[in-house]
Design a protein around this ligand. Structure first.
Ligand SMILES: Nc1ncnc2c1ncn2[C@@H]1O[C@H](COP(=O)(O)OP(=O)(O)OP(=O)(O)O)[C@@H](O)[C@H]1O
Ligand code: SF4
Ligand SMILES: [Mg+2]
Length: 370
């Protein structure tokens, strides 16, 4: 497959599309807290291939940021990555790489765009100096070449009059423009994998769309892998190849994006899909919300973590924990004893609807859009 080059000319890091890039196996991240161990990530398996985009979706607290920070190795001090966890990047086990070597991987191999652009930008330096510093450090460019490349990158991410903006400070730019600058910084050394953690939640709706389109465009044209983290399933539709839905620190459903939207199997995914506001139903923006809150995972009880909120919950769900399993012959996997669209799942839902309650004692509800 041919790849059009839009990413920096100074570094050519591209890999053949489809080559394994990130392989996460049984990743467990716990935090020491006075209240006990918070099991923020509880055994995640995830693959991202070169040139592919993977969406990670889940409510607040589901472990999305901890997962991404574990990959970048920028976890808080009270974090423990449990033995047996593996994060392979381009064949290298990142859990065993020294902090010094890890720092060299940032920018050139792995890069991250955060929700708040000021996490990556220094207020007292011009955006030009921040870009040229990165380019000179990682790519050893001359001052003049770094400036030329920085201006080219600013233009590439849609900053008008990039040569003028080069000399301005972050506070001279709007939030959307600042986020464009952080994207320019993140892609400046042609990373093989870009992690974008809720890159648009702080921005207004029109700017959100522009930034997401920019990221997708750069990802497709430059052939880098993209991990796009969001709480909104609508954001990953049409922008990713695969979607992984997280709940309480685990992936509960994973499938190629069109397959996930056509045949979602997990009741939690269904609730998230039904919560996407539909522009075609302007009168129905006030959609039924998923009741309850995701659990804080300290000493979790046995059983499925979603059971207290699940309209399909059965007695088995309260005592056994479902594991992520693929449907034979497909790359669609789900962690649920009673998946939607199966005879067992349909029967469970109907039985709860008839009883008006679930095995967890929750009043039966539906998130269906009528
Ligand atoms: N340093 C920490 N110490 C203790 N608990 C933490 C720490 N950092 C994160 N957590 C907990 O880990 C869990 C997962 O947090 P995480 O930030 O990954 O959620 P998230 O899915 O990114 O949510 P959001 O959508 O709000 O960003 C949460 O319960 C959170 O409170
Ligand atoms: S049906 Fe049971 S296993 Fe499936 S999500 Fe609901 S509670 Fe969990
Ligand atoms: Mg987060």
């Amino acid at each position: 497959m041919s790849i059009e080059t839009v990413a920096p000319k100074a570094a050519d890091n591209r890999m053949i599309v489809g080559t394994p890039l990130l392989e996460v196996r049984n990743l467990q991240v716990w935090f020491d807290t006075p209240r006990g161990d918070v099991r923020a990530v509880g055994g995640v398996d995830l693959d991202i291939e070169a040139g592919r985009a993977v969406g990670i979706v889940g409510e607040s607290g589901s472990g999305k940021s901890v997962l991404s920070r574990a990959i970048m190795r920028i976890l808080a001090r009270n974090a423990n990555v449990l033995p047996g966890s593996e994060i392979r990047f381009n064949g290298m086990d990142l859990t065993k790489v020294s902090p010094k070597k890890n720092k060299h991987l940032w920018g050139v191999d792995l890069a991250m765009v955060f929700q708040d652009p000021m996490t990556s930008l220094t207020p007292v330096l011009t955006i030009g100096s921040q870009l040229t510093e990165t380019l000179r450090y990682h790519l050893h460019l001359s001052r003049a070449a770094a400036k030329e490349e920085a201006i080219r990158l600013l233009g590439l991410v849609g900053i008008p009059e990039p040569a003028t903006r080069f000399d301005q400070y972050p506070h001279n730019l709007s939030g959307g423009m600042r986020q464009r600058v952080t994207i320019a910084l993140a892609i400046s050394c042609s990373p093989k994998l870009l992690i974008a953690d809720e890159p648009t939640t702080a921005l207004d709706v029109t700017v959100q769309q522009q930034i997401l389109d920019l990221l997708s465009d750069l990802q497709r044209k430059s052939g880098m892998g993209l991990m796009l983290i969001t709480h909104d399933l609508g954001v990953v539709a049409g922008r990713t190849d695969t979607v992984a839905v997280m709940y309480a620190g685990r992936i509960v459903e994973k499938a190629p994006t069109p397959e996930l939207f056509e045949r979602m199997r997990h009741p939690y995914t269904r609730a998230l899909v039904d919560a996407i506001p539909r522009l075609s139903h302007p009168g129905q923006m006030d959609l039924p919300a998923l009741p309850g809150r995701p659990p804080v995972v300290i000493d979790p009880p046995p059983g499925c973590a979603f059971a207290p909120r699940c309209p399909s919950a059965q007695p088995k769900c309260l005592v056994q924990t479902p594991v992520l399993e693929s449907t034979p012959g497909t790359d669609h996997s789900v962690a649920c004893f009673f998946p939607l669209g199966t005879p067992a799942g349909d029967a469970a839902r109907q039985a709860n609807a008839a009883a008006g309650t679930t095995a967890a004692g929750t009043v039966f509800y539906t998130t269906d859009v009528i």
